[in-house]
Design a protein around this ligand. Structure first.
Ligand code: DGJ
Length: 546
């Protein structure tokens, strides 16, 4: 066995007879080897993203759409720094990567890899290709010149719709070839897995028509529903009789148009994803423009065919190479957003929020994503997009999340592991500012929301408070929060008994151990506390009966 230690570590195992060469390279940032491939794992219906073999939570930030260019990146990195992010989501563009058919240019990908490593930040690459927000504006110019060969869909009345047809074999083959070239390039150029996940397309689906009404689409629509969708478990998940069969309209009634488009788009993207995955099995996902998850609106009011909550089962069947479907959360209202989180967190779907707002109203949901065993959270558009924002303005804009990330970064591995193990519970402040409770076996936590005044809580003006509790033992918890205060009540056999804090330690987990800043006591725990103000705080807390 030979070991060479430089900036990289090489481990060679050579055994003769059979010659086995085992090569393991690790760098200061990321490790090489198939066993170190980023991957999604599932246990008891919960998920984790493994990076370097351990659960990883993406404290992410997404760059603006046109910021993946070298001249734009300095502003992106300064926003990443202001945000304290550990992961940058950044687009790569089909139009730039394949300027002529079959001629690939990976210079921008190279720049991103190099700079990601310099900044010690992981990358999620966003493959802007056939679909970008429902249109095909990132198709290379040589395709845009041939609209008949690479057509858009046709509306119900024959009207043009600015959305690519999912029924075009030629475009699908070209997209799959280009995506495979990207994934193959990453396999060679990114041995240390700077890139931990890839988004395939962007918010696919169609605005302006529920489906394609071109002659080819009409013919398919009038044909039978494919067998894959007629499996009893699939029909059941789509709330249809398990023995249903026939045409799209016969099986799916009023939902037929939307379901047909979802199937068609998902099949196309599933093909592209499978081709790329065959050369480089990085985790792949599709992001979804959402529909209101509560009111069951008409598909004509949202991006039809995309992976909205009602068609997740169709996407799962049509695109098995896609590891997860991720909601872009721009909807507002606590009930609505919590419903989205619930619907996209399924035993067959890992929760990841790749886009959301950066205000405090959105930041609070990071706690819920962690509690649901999600693998990442990311505001969209972190960098200055030509508005001339200075560093101070960017820092102010990103503050609600950069403060949370500052708390979470040193203990990211613990949070990711606790989330995977189901040890985290969270509550967020609702519009009525009411107290929330969390049941913890023999204790109940009561979380109230408000700024941390001495003795009296001051009500928050906006519903932005949040709390999470990690259960480490029967009486041992980690309390984390912003603009909230905690108190407890014994439950079950101990119900009604007196209790007290054994110890409330404020501090931070670093490199796996808790570092004490101070023991909180007196005013800092009495009078219905501990209270936490605007700065996210970590309290290692033990409780005892009196
Ligand atoms: C959602 C898209 O996925 C992003 O690329 C970007 O266009 C945002 N919308 C803009 O709000």
């Amino acid at each position: 066995m030979i070991r060479i230690m430089k900036s990289r570590k090489f481990t060679w195992m050579i055994s003769t007879g059979f010659v086995i060469v085992f090569l393991e390279i690790s760098t200061a940032f990321g490790q090489v080897g198939t066993e170190m491939m980023p991957k999604i794992v599932e246990k008891n219906g919960r998920h984790a993203l493994l990076v370097d073999g351990q659960p990883f939570f993406m404290l992410g930030g997404q760059a603006h759409n046109s910021s993946g260019w070298p001249g734009m990146l300095p502003k992106v990195w300064s926003a990443v720094k202001a945000l304290n992010a550990n992961t940058l989501e950044v687009p790569i563009y089909w139009e730039q990567i394949e300027p002529q058919p079959g001629k690939f240019d990976f210079s921008l990908v190279d720049t991103l890899l190099k700079q990601g490593r310099e900044h010690k930040v992981h990358l999620v690459l966003l493959w802007f290709a056939t679909w970008k927000n429902g249109s095909s504006h990132y198709m290379p110019e040589w395709m845009k010149h041939e609209p008949t060969k690479y057509p858009n869909i046709t509306g119900m009345n024959g009207n043009p719709v600015d959305s690519p047809s999912p029924h075009t074999q030629a475009a699908m083959e070209f997209d799959a070839k280009a995506f495979t070239a990207v994934m193959g390039y990453l396999k060679k150029a990114d041995l240390q897995h700077t890139v931990i996940m890839v988004q395939v397309e962007n918010e696919p689906g169609a605005w302006g028509s529920v489906r394609d009404y071109s002659p080819i689409a009409r013919k398919l629509f009038e044909g039978p529903v494919p067998d894959e969708l007629l499996k009893p478990e699939v029909l059941k998940s789509l709330k249809r009789p398990v023995d249903a069969k026939g045409t799209w309209s016969e099986v799916f009634g009023n939902d037929a148009d939307e379901y047909f488009h979802a199937w068609s788009v998902a099949r196309y993207i599933g093909y592209v994803a499978a081709a790329g995955k065959a050369v480089n099995p990085l985790p792949l996902y599709v992001n979804a423009a959402l529909r209101d998850p509560i009111s069951n609106p008409s598909a004509s009011t949202y991006e039809s065919g995309g992976a909205t909550d009602n068609v997740i089962p169709i996407w799962k069947v049509a695109a098995p190479a896609i590891d997860l479907i991720a909601p872009d959360i721009y909807l507002s209202g606590t009930d609505t957003v919590l419903k989205v989180i619930e619907l996209y967190n399924r035993p067959d779907n890992t929760l990841f929020v790749p886009e959301t707002g950066s205000s405090a109203e959105y930041a609070k949901y990071m706690y819920e994503v962690m509690a649901h065993g999600g693998i990442g959270f990311s505001p969209f558009g972190i960098d200055d997009n030509g508005q001339g924002e200075g560093e101070a303005e960017i820092a102010t804009r990103l503050a609600p999340l950069s403060q949370e990330y500052a708390m979470a970064v040193p203990m990211m591995r613990e949070l990711a592991k606790w989330g995977f193990e189901g040890k985290i519970k969270a509550v967020v402040e609702r519009e009525d500012h009411a107290d929330q409770t969390i049941d913890l076996g023999s204790w109940q936590a009561i979380v109230s929301f408000g700024a941390a005044g001495w003795r009296t809580a001051q009500t928050n003006k906006r519903p932005i408070g949040k709390a999470m509790i990690v259960q480490l033992g029967d009486n041992e918890f980690v309390l984390i929060g912003t603009l909230c205060h905690f108190t407890f009540k014994p439950l079950g056999a101990n119900s009604g008994k007196a209790w007290q804090y054994l110890k409330v330690e404020e501090g931070q987990y670093e490199n796996g151990t808790f570092k004490l800043l101070r023991i909180r006591n007196g005013d800092e725990t009495d009078w219905g506390g501990p209270r936490i103000g605007a700065i996210p705080t970590v309290l290692h807390t033990t409780l005892t009966l009196r």
